[in-house]
Write a protein that binds this ligand. Structure first.
Ligand code: IDP
Length: 142
């Protein structure tokens, strides 16, 4: 018999979400879905932290803008636990571009069209068990 797949994922409410006072809204959606908030912190991340977090995007044309945006103000980081929460939170979030993200998703309901080169889309969620473990260690280092 396989064990119940309880997972943990990293959720970030990005600077645009915090500035637009959507922190409560996003956390409420997570809780209403039945996921558990296990740890929370608010910080303005350093470039060094963000470079480790966005390792896979280093060298891409939007990388510098992404770092500048993500370090521009406070971010809320949450450790979220639940059954298949990694995939489940990505479903709650919707795809990267808020313009085409379906209604009902965080990005589809709350994300606005943006003018900057960086896509502003309110939240981040880990995309795999490996990413979740790596990212949680970065944002919730003891
Ligand atoms: P995801 O957040 O939907 O998983 P990723 O591809 O992991 O998307 O990209 C990380 C973040 O980088 C996105 O959420 C978005 O803010 C930004 N981003 C991704 N692709 C682009 C792009 O082509 N132009 C500008 N910003 C981008």
């Amino acid at each position: 018999m396989t064990s119940t797949p309880i997972e943990e994922t990293l959720v970030l409410i990005k600077p645009d979400g915090v500035e637009r006072q959507l922190t409560g809204e996003v956390l409420a959606r997570i809780e209403r879905k039945g996921y558990e908030l296990v740890d929370l912190r608010m910080l303005t991340p350093s470039r060094e932290l963000l470079t480790r977090h966005y390792l896979e995007h280093e060298g891409k044309p939007f990388f510098e803008g992404l770092l500048a945006f993500m370090s521009s103000g406070p971010v809320v980081a949450a450790r979220v636990r639940g059954i298949r929460v990694i995939e489940g939170f990505r479903s709650l979030t919707g795809p990267t571009d808020p313009t085409t993200a379906p209604p009902g998703t965080i990005r589809g309901d709350l994300g606005r069209a943006w003018e900057t080169p960086t896509i502003l889309n309110i939240v981040h969620g880990s995309d795999s068990p490996e990413s979740a473990a790596r990212e949680l260690a970065i944002w919730f280092a003891a």
